[in-house]
Write a protein that binds this ligand. Sequence first.
Ligand SMILES: [Zn+2]
Ligand SMILES: [Zn+2]
Length: 234
Amino acid sequence: MHDHPTLNDYDWPTCVSPRCGRQLWVAEAGRLVCRPCEDKTLARITELPALFRRLDSTAALMRGARRSGGGMSGSKTPPIPPRLEVLALVGPGGVAARLSAIEDAWRAVLGWTIAPWRGSPAQAVPHLVRFLGDNLLWACSSYEEVGQDIDELRKLHGECAAIVADERRPGRVQIGACPGRVGDAYCGQPLTASAASHRVHCGACGGRWETLGEWRELRAAQEQALAGTAEAAA
Ligand SMILES: [Zn+2]
Ligand SMILES: [Zn+2]
């Protein structure tokens, strides 16, 4: 412990980072966030581009989809799609958008022009990370709302790191029944996908899904098919 001067009627300033609340040192006077919180946040920011690249790969998208013999239509087991939490993080509303929201807020307070368009999430993340890293010291010293951003960066890093750390071996996995239409009925063929390829192909009806957008459509169609089946059974 370090000594603080004892001052009556004076609340010694504490770190505004949620979950910290540490009293600031004399040497930290004028700061809003303690140095350990700043250091931890900078480390998280710095790790984000590499985590993002790992997530933005087919292996990460597929890993953890459950291998099982089930998933036929009529089974109570719901279809297991490509990993939606990974899709959400690498997609337009994911890591890039969440970093971008923080950059926009900081720029507004600094009175700077709004950030330029930085392309796809994969292209934007390194730029966003550089901006936040370069301006973190300012934010920790002068931006009163910085606590919520530090918490958001901790959560974002945690979500990415948890998925990357999940090292279940990739392989061919069941991803649920084919939602394609064959006449008046759903195709229902069990679909599989592999970590080695973006392509999902139904051998029965010839349906193909190859891009992230198409995988989302596949997932939506599976849910619709499942809902329709449940309705018909009720
Ligand atoms: Zn702190
Ligand atoms: Zn099919």
